[in-house]
Design a protein around this ligand. Sequence first.
Ligand code: NHF
Length: 526
Amino acid sequence: MKKKNSLLNQFEDLFFSPLPSKKALKILLVGAEVSPYADVGGLSRVLGYLSRALRRLGHDARIFMPKFGSIDEEKYQTKLILEGLKVPTGNEKRPFLTCNVKLHLSPSGLPVYFLENREYYELRANVYGYSDDSTRWALLSRGCIEFLRQNEEWIPDVVHANDWHTGHIPNWLRTDYDKDVRLFKIATVFTIHNLQYHGNFDHRHVPELQRDDGRSAIADFFSERLRWQDFLRRAIIYSEVVNTVSKTYAKEILRPEFGEGLEKLLLEVRTKLFGILNGIDYQEYNPATDKLLKVNYDLNSLDKRSANKLALQEEFDLPLDKEIPVLGYVGRIDGQKGLDLLARVLRPLLKDFKIQFVIVGGGDGGLMDLFRKLQEDFPEQVGAHLMYDPSLPRLVFSGADLMLYPSRWEPCGLVPMEAMRYGAIPIVRATGGLKDTVEQFDPATNTGNGFVFQDFNGWSLFAQIVRALETYRQKKIWRSLQKRAMSANNSWEARAQEYVDLYLKAIHFRKKKLVETERWPASAKV
Ligand code: NHF
């Protein structure tokens, strides 16, 4: 016992927590997509902006991601820092894949390590969706670990991995690389952005007895077995700390309706499970300075928004009318988002109310057809841009009055936060992060910043839309509602500090484990 205590003191002095709050942490964030280099969904914005916010707080945050062919090296200048990195594959015939690591420094000073491989990243047009994705993400994860082993200049205190694509990292770090002298101290944090995807397979189609329990060795890169391994489960098992992107969702996923088959495991590990809301970048998303808007405005000049409404109507070929309420949806077109319900409820509304509706986003073909049909049936009222677009969303936020998010489940819900910053009022279902960020409007006290409904059904959604349309007619009340929505503090600064506390927890848990197993400092010599 005595021995352990003295070991602990020595430990804390040397390296681990509790770190003085001013001490800069070294954090490596790893993910498949990072804004602005590769943007598919909310994940890229989280990694891009969280890392910058961490640096603004004084921490040494860096990024590790694939160098996709679409990343233009003229625009994002890189320096080759490691040539011919041999990444072991576990396959006898092809034991290594060779990669390069290139370093890019963003204008804000964020170091980004790109893992370069012609076959798996350079020649692929898309980030996701290939039959060999399990190999591509195993390569990213093991490439990251091998890079850290070989790059002598920098070693992180924490690796922050995101979604199943990087779930191999905590697994390998706590198994094959657990005794590596350079790596054994690194703590891991794993963030679940999407619980639906466990690997390169649909977990709902795997019979219970055939499910990967996450305890076997990671399969060879080119084997069929790798494809069936559950890297979300493995990340949850092996990481020091697991979190998801809101407190409500962190609780919801302990129940079978939300847990995607992982609820039992999540219940077992709930002492290391946390929830932190995503934030938005207040410099980038700022209606007072945003170059993508027709007219800039702020809290005190909300009347100017009508010029953006006209620009939005023009963009979508809708009749120009600055008084008509414009409803909108921006985001992935996915069953998760409740868009089937939305299309059904909009139909009678478009017939009976003088409203317009615009939608921007790509995804599920069947759902996109529903909105194409709606546009065909109501050409004067519906505008649809059914593919991802980097700039249109902000025109929608600045010109629309209401944004609709009737999600079945929603880990965080970044887009409604972005919309609120521009004074577009959200109508949301009370689930996940939507519940944590939107407060029901109460006319009696003139409080709240949006409209919220509980049950996933058309009546509940319909009722809140009608309430919102009635409130919209009362100009003064609407203005105060907009001001409250715009003043909500969803900046990354506040949220990044919560991440720092989470990283410290992970470091502490790792330290505890090493001390308990008496692996400090003896095992450091391995
Ligand atoms: O905002 C980024 C995003 C979330 O709710 C969103 C989701 C996927 O569904 O964390 O990940």
